[in-house]
Design a protein around this ligand. Structure first.
Ligand SMILES: *[C@@H]1O[C@H](CO)[C@@H](O)[C@H](O)[C@H]1NC(C)=O
Ligand SMILES: *[C@@H]1O[C@H](CO)[C@@H](O)[C@H](O)[C@H]1NC(C)=O
Ligand SMILES: *[C@@H]1O[C@H](CO)[C@@H](O)[C@H](O)[C@H]1NC(C)=O
Ligand SMILES: *[C@@H]1O[C@H](CO)[C@@H](O)[C@H](O)[C@H]1NC(C)=O
Ligand SMILES: *[C@@H]1O[C@H](CO)[C@@H](O)[C@H](O)[C@H]1NC(C)=O
Ligand SMILES: *[C@@H]1O[C@H](CO)[C@@H](O)[C@H](O)[C@H]1NC(C)=O
Length: 626
């Protein structure tokens, strides 16, 4: 007797009748316990945006109960009830049973195919214009909602649908792909929010991570870090005591938007413009594949002609050969393993606009200022990196990492994920080098130790004279005025661990002599020589400018000149001979002097802060004149 459930074909004939019933009974969008929907009938939402009924996907003949866009010509199913229990034939019926559960019954087999299975009694099922099917207590839906389809997503995330989890009930809202276009059965791909201290959205194949979208607590104020998707949708992330979830709404309410996980595991954002067009699909590029560049790697898809993978500051490929063959799966390892990063002049290098590392084992500290966050990380020697959501003097979330910095990549302006500055802990040498690079803008790396040895002497002389004159008081602004060709004051301070006595190796007639970065250079030159990789000393910028054999020869001569035993070192005249002659056989160099076996742990005496566009500021303690 009720007209609420209609075959679309009958709709025209029944155009006039419903009005009478809507007045007296319930509205067209509601199913009550006395009514049922059989195959061919539909329930329409009040604004006729969505329809609920039986359908067959693609070329399949099996029948499913689902929700789809009513006004759109292309069949677009957004939710499926009995996705894993289809019905053969048109004998299915959807109704509310005696205890108020919604059930799909197969009349041919006399069996229940699907049911909502809630214990609270409900009196009506209503299809909302948002696409949500809700079971309500009370006749007119005046009571509370006891069940809703939005709590049981299939492969589609409609606007205002939650993606996340409820801490109290353990309920998870996540997407699972269809098996195929013709089979809405539970597929192997899923898209879910991981319940970590700092939650993140992950695309899975089974339990394998395929891609990752870190959630951000607030949209970036930086236009550069805004996504193009933010021009059409407003993504919101909620993290409170009870729930963690993300949802989105269209910026323009009249834009039809949908997000779905397709049968190949891609998350697609579609807009309707007379047909569905793909606004964006994730993963969109190689870098979005989870852990593309391994642990401590960094992926930049703009680098594609070259190789999108590099290492984070202070790290180098774990296997140069594999890296050369563009296999970055082994990731990166610390460059100077022996050099401690624990109270040894270390600091942080900023990686701008990055997608932060996997947060599954990260720690979240709330309400810290940018500086507190840095200190928090610096204080704990196992802290490898931090990121802060604080800007200026405000207090906000601080995230710190302690192991495998995984899946760091350059932010791309396309999807609702934000770019953030990541601060990676580096040793004093790395810090000093980056500082030098920043100031000179050009990478100048010494190709011959003969050259550096000379420079070293000049430097020490200059240093000592300057120190004699007025003590050493270095301000950041002074750096610009320094005229040193390669190593500036800051570099030396970093490398000598701020002129600590530990690093003082001697005291001559004209002042102290410090082990500086050049000594590190000698050390790395020696190590590389021993490993037969001396060519790695040459800066890539200069590669190809000189014949390799000549350069290697220079390095060998340099190493001969800095051997530990003065008796072993060649005389000046033989050095000249070695330099001018290409055929004169050279002896194998022995271990150089000033060789540092292992640096010792020390309390850090200065703090290294950050804020400049890409490299750290270095704050120096005052050193009084002797
Ligand atoms: C539906 O039909 C297929 C074969 O056509 C059969 O394998 C399957 O068991 C049937 N399912 C039900 C629920 O009757
Ligand atoms: C289903 O129930 C009807 C009526 O109770 C009965 O006639 C029919 O044989 C049953 N069918 C099956 C498959 O059990
Ligand atoms: C309904 O829920 C109860 C308790 O959660 C569970 O034990 C039962 O198996 C469920 N029934 C169905 C048909 O899913
Ligand atoms: C985005 O959504 C949030 C939460 O619904 C709302 O507070 C905010 O005003 C919205 N912003 C825009 C630009 O629509
Ligand atoms: C929203 O979109 C509709 C249709 O595309 C357009 O007519 C309207 O001007 C838009 N409104 C705003 C505020 O942009
Ligand atoms: C450093 O942080 C790790 C990870 O949170 C923690 O297990 C360890 O106890 C911390 N160490 C110190 C000295 O605070």
């Amino acid at each position: 007797m009720h007209m609420e459930m209609m075959n679309p074909k009958k709709w025209v004939f029944n155009l006039l009748l419903p009005f009478l019933f809507i007045r007296f009974c319930t509205s067209i969008d509601t199913l009550t316990p006395t009514q049922f929907i059989k195959d061919g009938d539909v329930l329409l939402s009040s604004g006729e945006t969505f329809a609920l009924g039986f359908f067959s996907p693609g070329i399949s003949s099996r029948r499913y109960v689902g929700i789809w866009y009513y006004k759109i010509s292309e069949q677009t199913v957004v939710w499926v009830a009995n996705r894993d229990r289809p019905i053969n034939g048109t004998s299915g019926v959807l109704s509310l049973n005696r205890d108020g559960n919604l059930v799909i019954y197969d009349n041919t087999r006399n069996s229940t195919v699907w049911l909502t299975n809630v214990s609270t009694v409900s009196y009506s099922a209503r299809l909302l214009d948002s696409g949500n099917l809700v079971l309500c207590q009370g006749d007119s839906g005046s009571g509370g909602v006891v069940w809703q389809s939005f709590d049981h997503p299939t492969n589609t995330l409609l606007p205002n649908m939650k993606n996340g989890f409820d801490r109290r009930t353990g309920l998870q809202w996540f997407l699972t792909s269809w098996k195929s276009r013709d089979d809405p059965g539970t597929g192997e791909y899923s898209y879910r929010v991981e319940p970590n201290e700092f939650p993140q959205s992950i695309g899975f194949k089974g339990s394998t991570r395929l891609w990752r979208i870190p959630l951000l607590l607030k949209p970036s104020r930086n236009d550069e870090a805004k996504t193009t998707a933010s021009s059409i949708l407003n993504a919101t992330y909620v993290n409170n005591r009870d729930q963690v979830y993300a949802f989105y709404t269209p910026i323009n309410a009249s834009t039809l938007l949908t997000m779905f996980l397709d049968e190949f595991g891609s998350l697609k954002l579609l807009t309707w413009v007379g047909k569905w067009v793909e606004f964006y699909s994730f993963p969109g590029d190689q870098c979005a594949a989870y852990g593309r560049c391994g642990a401590y790697g960094y992926c930049d898809s703009n680098n594609r002609q070259d190789f999108e993978c590099t290492c984070l500051p202070g790290y180098e490929p774990s296997s140069a050969e594999k890296w050369y063959l563009r296999d970055a799966s082994g990731g990166c390892i610390k460059e100077r393993k022996a050099l401690s990063m624990c109270g040894n002049g270390e600091g942080f290098v900023k990686v701008e606009n990055a997608i932060i590392p996997d947060t599954s084992k990260a720690r979240l500290l709330m309400s810290l200022s940018m500086n507190d966050c840095k200190d928090e990380c610096l204080r704990n020697c196992s802290c490898l990196a931090y990121a802060s959501e604080a800007e200026g003097g405000e207090r906000a979330n601080c995230i710190t990492w302690y192991e495998n910095l995984m899946d760091v990549r350059k932010f791309v302006r396309r999807f609702p994920e934000g770019g953030q500055d990541l601060y990676v802990r580096v040793d004093a040498v790395e810090l000093a080098q980056r500082r030098g690079i920043k100031q000179k803008k050009v990478v100048v790396v010494v190709t011959s130790i003969v050259l550096t040895s000379l420079l070293f002497i000049i430097l020490v002389g200059w240093l000592v004279m300057k120190k004699r004159r007025r003590g050493i008081d270095i301000q950041d602004s002074d750096e610009e005025n320094m005229e040193l060709p390669i190593y500036d004051m800051v570099t030396i301070v970093g490398a000598t661990n701020n002129f600590s006595n530990k690093n003082k190796i001697g005291q001559g007639g004209f002042g102290s002599v410090y082990k500086v970065i050049l000594l590190f250079l000698t050390q790395s030159a020696w190590n590389l020589w021993i490993d037969g990789k001396a060519f790695e000393l040459i800066d890539p910028v200069m590669e190809g400018s000189f014949p390799m054999s000549k350069v290697l020869r220079c390095i060998q001569i340099g190493l001969l000149c800095v051997q530990k035993c003065p008796e072993d070192r060649p005389t000046m005249s033989s050095v000249v001979l070695m330099l001018v002659s290409d055929i004169l056989a050279l002896p194998q160099p022995k271990q150089p002097g000033f060789y540092i076996e292992r640096s010792s742990k020390e309390k850090h005496e200065h703090s290294v802060a950050q804020s400049s566009p890409s490299i750290n500021e270095v704050t120096m303690t005052h050193l009084e004149a002797r």
